[in-house]
Design a protein around this ligand. Structure first.
Ligand code: EPZ
Length: 430
């Protein structure tokens, strides 16, 4: 068991480099098996645990993986020979369900156990199943939560999503690229990782158009080939550093980003009084006073991302005035507020709304990471609080933030990872 120990109060200063996007990588890795060839994936955040789990699944179904360097792998899908993925493989992460679409595309058959992942409220997959069925598959979910999808032949179809879903958009794209004829996904998600997946599929010879708008058209092709592809920078990791810079009254240049993907975050930081300078592939964020209050409503892209909601709450927790956060994607994404309140924040969460009454400062305390982004929020809180903060359950953070200690230390944070043999370590926190 490990925890982070943070001594707060130091403004972050300097430069930090953002890794490849986790949520793009999680869609692109399963997509590689559609090619029956070799794909080289660059800018992959190889050391985060979600990517490790996806590689394990790839190996289990017969793919070969060659690690070229820290952020580049080669996936050889020629010998993929199984359409079955068991619960012990899928339980670690949500994105394991992208193998349903990818295996359907490859074998017209997929038998994949329901996925795990952060608990943010119920996470149904009805829209994924609707999409597979419209493409001609028969889908059943048995008592052991194994999804069995099979088709004689996948045939392109119009598919209207009842709600904007990143996961359903990805899964349907994966199943449709080799279906015969035209698939049109309406009310599709527009997140940067959807566009990245489309670009990757097109690099393999697919015909996907309109990604980044709410209508995606996919004309099926017989075969895909290998390619070399570099994953986009991680919007949420970048946003996390941006908020951390502002919350610690720091000044940080965040490199290897696409500023356009960060606009909704930049706008809110500016509303809070921060200065955000945009460069070609970097943003610089600074703030030298107490943040101003501002209201946040999470929305599908290009709205403010739900995956930045908890980090932003830390900034608002120390803002001058009262802010309202409205979470419109997930029904249960305010659990972390209990942890922030332990640090002296004054947040009242009720359902999908939180009222954040700014306090002068947070105080270090023993806390835990309830999920990945909640964990990122705890790091930011620890960095701007006075005294020492110890964060437990950091395996959540390791799912999605590459070299997190090294990167934060590089901009002046006093953060270390310590081994904690005592399962009751919170009570022993000094
Ligand atoms: C993706 O989750 C991300 N995960 C999440 O990031 C992110 O919070 C979310 O999109 C929203 O942006 C990955 O990309 C791996 P959805 P996903 O399908 O695809 C409902 C992180 O921290 N819905 O867009 O699971 C659903 O319940 C993670 O990196 C249905 O009702 O999200 C939710 O209310 C956490 N039926 C809404 O739609 C469905 O069939 C959006 O979910 C599918 C979804």
């Amino acid at each position: 068991m490990e925890k982070f120990v943070i001594n707060g109060g130091t403004p972050l200063k300097g430069e930090v480099e953002v890794s490849g996007a986790k949520n793009a990588a999680l869609a692109i890795i399963p997509a590689a098996i559609l090619s029956q060839d070799v794909c080289t994936i660059e800018n992959l955040p190889c050391s985060i645990s979600d990517i490790g789990y996806m590689m394990k699944i790839l190996r289990q179904i017969g793919a070969q993986i060659r690690v070229i360097n820290k952020n580049t792998i080669e996936i050889d899908s020629r010998n993929v020979n199984s359409y079955v993925i068991s619960h012990d493989m899928t339980k670690h992460l949500r994105a394991s369900y992208y193998f349903i679409g990818a295996l359907l595309g490859r074998f017209s058959r997929a038998k994949v156990s329901m996925p795990g992942g952060c608990y943010l409220g119920p996470r149904p997959i009805d829209q994924h199943i609707k999409g597979f069925e419209l493409l001609g598959a028969t889908v059943s979910v048995d008592d052991n939560a194994i999804v069995d999808a099979r088709a004689d032949k996948l045939i392109g179809s119009p598919i209207y999503l009842d709600m904007v879903s990143v996961g359903a958009t990805v899964n349907i794209m994966l199943a449709a690229v080799k279906a015969s004829g035209l698939t049109v996904i309406e009310n599709a998600a527009k997140e940067p990782h959807i566009v990245d997946l489309a670009n990757f599929l097109n690099s393999m010879g697919a015909d996907v158009r309109g990604a980044g708008t709410d209508v995606i058209k996919i004309r099926g092709v017989e075969q895909l080939h290998g390619c070399t592809y570099s994953i986009i920078p991680d919007q949420i990791e970048a946003g996390t550093f941006m908020v951390a810079a502002a919350a610690t009254k720091g000044d940080v240049l965040i490199k290897n980003v696409i500023p356009k993907h960060l606009e909704s975050i930049s706008k809110k930081l500016i509303e809070c009084g921060a200065t955000v300078e945009e460069f070609d592939d970097a943003v610089r964020v600074s703030l030298n006073k107490r943040p101003d209050k501002c209201n946040i409503k999470t929305m599908p892209h290009p709205g403010f991302p739900t995956d930045m909601q908890s980090q932003m709450a830390v900034l608002l927790a120390i803002a001058d005035g009262t802010s309202i956060i409205s979470e419109s994607i997930w029904s249960n994404r305010f659990k972390y507020t209990e942890q922030l309140n332990r640090m002296g924040a004054n947040i009242k969460a009720d359902g999908q709304l939180a009222v954040v009454q700014g306090v002068e400062r947070l105080k270090g305390a023993p806390v835990k990471a309830d999920d990945l982004r909640a964990g990122a929020a705890m790091i930011i809180a620890g960095l701007c609080a006075s005294g020492t903060t110890e964060i437990e359950d950091i395996y959540h953070i390791d799912r999605g933030y590459e070299d997190v200690v090294e990167k934060f230390s590089g901009i002046g944070a006093q953060i270390k990872r310590v081994y904690c043999p005592d399962p009751d370590c919170l009570t022993n926190a000094g």
